[in-house]
Design a protein around this ligand. Sequence first.
Ligand SMILES: CC(C)(COP(=O)(O)OP(=O)(O)OC[C@H]1O[C@@H](n2cnc3c(N)ncnc32)[C@H](O)[C@@H]1OP(=O)(O)O)[C@@H](O)C(=O)NCCC(=O)NCCS
Length: 142
Amino acid sequence: MNLRLQFNTQGLDWAEAARVFSATLAPRAPDLLQRAFEASSVTAFAFDGRRVVGMGRALDDGVFQAAIYDLCLLPEYQGQGQGAALLSGLLERIHGRTVLLYAVPGKEGFYERFGFRVMQTAMGRFENPARMERLGYLRSTL
Ligand SMILES: CC(C)(COP(=O)(O)OP(=O)(O)OC[C@H]1O[C@@H](n2cnc3c(N)ncnc32)[C@H](O)[C@@H]1OP(=O)(O)O)[C@@H](O)C(=O)NCCC(=O)NCCS
């Protein structure tokens, strides 16, 4: 099945989008999800009919640097090339020459197919580092 892709936030049902996000990545309040996506340079949404079933976004300075966040697809649509279509759509619309992201542990291989490489010195400052460490995103030492 081919999902319809949309690359703007027009007509989004943010409550539905928040349900998709919460079912795949982490709990999100609809109004905060809307603010984050509307403030992003590039957005992508996947629809099954009128229902949003996946999304992703990027912050892009338009020249040098960009970062991808929040790529997710409901489980029943995974494994059919739809996540790759969402990511390709984002990458096509990003102008920054360097594109960063941090993968959910176990998803690194998905991004490697698009040329992403594991970084030796990437660092992040997180709101809840203990949680991120527990989830497998952080090492406690170098
Ligand atoms: C990550 C995600 C968007 C991938 O979408 P998907 O639709 O399942 O992936 P696709 O079917 O498009 O996969 C594309 C290719 O990547 C491969 N792939 C998918 N997941 C992989 C993984 N974890 N490791 C290695 N390869 C993977 C697929 O086998 C496929 O290969 P092929 O082209 O040779 O057939 C989806 O699994 C998801 O939403 N997961 C939950 C949220 C999440 O973890 N998001 C990641 C945030 S960093």
